[in-house]
Design a protein around this ligand. Structure first.
Ligand code: PLP
Length: 387
């Protein structure tokens, strides 16, 4: 075992998860049956929010929430460069464009002070701000809400890293501060449906709009019909939507996983505490813990110290990979991706995100990571990081 490759993230599937999936496979509905609404209610209840809209990925959840909030050609969406590309791509799917706000060097989340400065001088204010809960800790939602109310933009929390975390004592998604919160159920995230995502909101009309958009813009609800109900076969396509539906197979897996979410996050917390204790005097930069948050610990990201170790980040990264440790980097700043450069973005525009990227290393972090495996990661890191 000790020589096996340790990935940076991994799903945790148990027999109950498998049984839940098998029972859907034996049932009448593989999709559009009862499991999706049951999973939506279970997530909404868990978060203390009124509505959950399940879709086939967090990317789709970002798209339908932007579309439902009315983002369109001529509009602009702002987000953090320290994220996965999907947080910004949703703007372009809607015919709008994206711009970025640099991060706070401590929390590594979108910096509300930088946001305020940018709002004060912007010729075109954003219609939507997507703030990411980087690594599992929510951004400063209270200040972001104040700015949203003052400047009239809508606030999406991309909590793809953060289901199971808490913000000021409330479950992520249930703070009442963001207009919509997004979760991802990709296998490396906190709970999984294979592929999948959800948008949660307290806004009934917004949830209805997202439900319409995830399924071709079609409604079968007679109360919503615009034309005369022609008969029991009748349905209406009222707007242009997509097929972003989650299957019942996925939803059953998600609901089963949700039952273990708290235990899995608690395990991540234990592993984070062990990393903190072992690496405290290593000269590496360790993740900062915001007093407003209980992190879901999707990622444990350290800052490499090239001066102390005499090794560049790239050298350390390669040495760790060669030792069978599946380190990763989160994130290459989105504005530096070739497609974004082609939209006019360039190096130096968001220096704090760029500086974070230069030395970031993501360590293995997942609930089934064994302490012996984690000790291997720690030993290797300490060996490399000391002069
Ligand atoms: C993973 C991720 C997404 C996309 O999630 P998918 O479910 O794979 O579409 C979006 N935003 C962030 C911050 C992510 O980490």
């Amino acid at each position: 075992m000790p020589d096996a490759f340790i990935p940076y993230g991994r799903q945790d599937i148990d027999e109950a998860d498998i049984a839940a999936v098998v029972s859907v496979l034996r049932s009448n509905f593989l999709t559009q049956g009862p499991a999706v609404p049951e999973f939506e209610s279970a997530v909404a209840d868990y978060c203390g929010v009124r509505h959950g809209v399940a879709v086939n990925s967090a990317t789709s959840a970002l798209h339908v929430s932007c579309a439902a909030l009315g983002l369109g050609p001529g509009d602009i969406l702002w987000t953090t460069p320290n994220t996965f590309v999907a947080s910004a791509n949703c703007a372009y799917y809607c015919g709008a464009t994206a711009d970025f706000v640099d991060i706070d060097p401590i929390t590594l989340n979108l910096d509300p002070i930088a946001l305020e400065r940018k709002l004060e001088t912007a010729t075109r204010p954003p219609k939507i701000v997507v703030a990411v809960a980087y690594a599992g800790q929510s951004p400063d939602l209270r200040r972001l809400r104040t700015l949203a109310d003052h400047w009239g933009f809508r606030l999406i929390e991309d909590a793809s890293h953060a289901i199971g975390g808490r913000y000021r004592g409330k479950p992520v998604g249930g703070s009442g501060l963001a207009d919509v919160t997004i979760f991802s159920f990709h296998p490396v995230k906190l709970i999984t449906t294979g592929e999948g995502g959800m948008a949660v909101t307290d806004d009934h009309a917004l949830a209805e709009r997202m439900r319409l958009l995830r399924s071709h813009g079609i409604t079968r609800d007679a109360c919503q019909f615009q034309e005369l109900d022609a008969g029991p076969w009748y349905y209406e396509m009222q707007t242009l939507g997509w097929n972003y539906r989650m299957t019942d197979i996925q939803a059953a897996l998600g609901r089963s996983q949700l039952g273990r979410l708290d235990a899995m996050v608690a395990r991540r917390q234990t592993l984070a505490d062990r990393y903190d204790a072992a690496l405290n005097d290593s000269g590496l930069t360790l993740p900062q813990r915001s007093p407003d948050c209980a992190s879901a610990w999707h990622l444990y990201v350290i800052g490499w110290n090239p001066e102390l170790s005499g090794l560049s980040r790239a050298e350390a990264f390669s040495a760790l990979r060669s030792a069978g440790i599946g380190v990763n980097v989160h994130y290459i700043p989105v504005h530096l991706q070739p497609w974004y450069r082609a939209q006019g973005f360039s190096v130096g525009q968001f220096p704090i995100a760029e500086a974070h990227y230069r030395n970031a290393i993501t360590l293995p972090m997942f609930p089934t990571l064994l302490e012996a495996e984690q000790d291997r990661v720690i030993d290797e890191l300490l060996r490399l990081s000391q002069p």
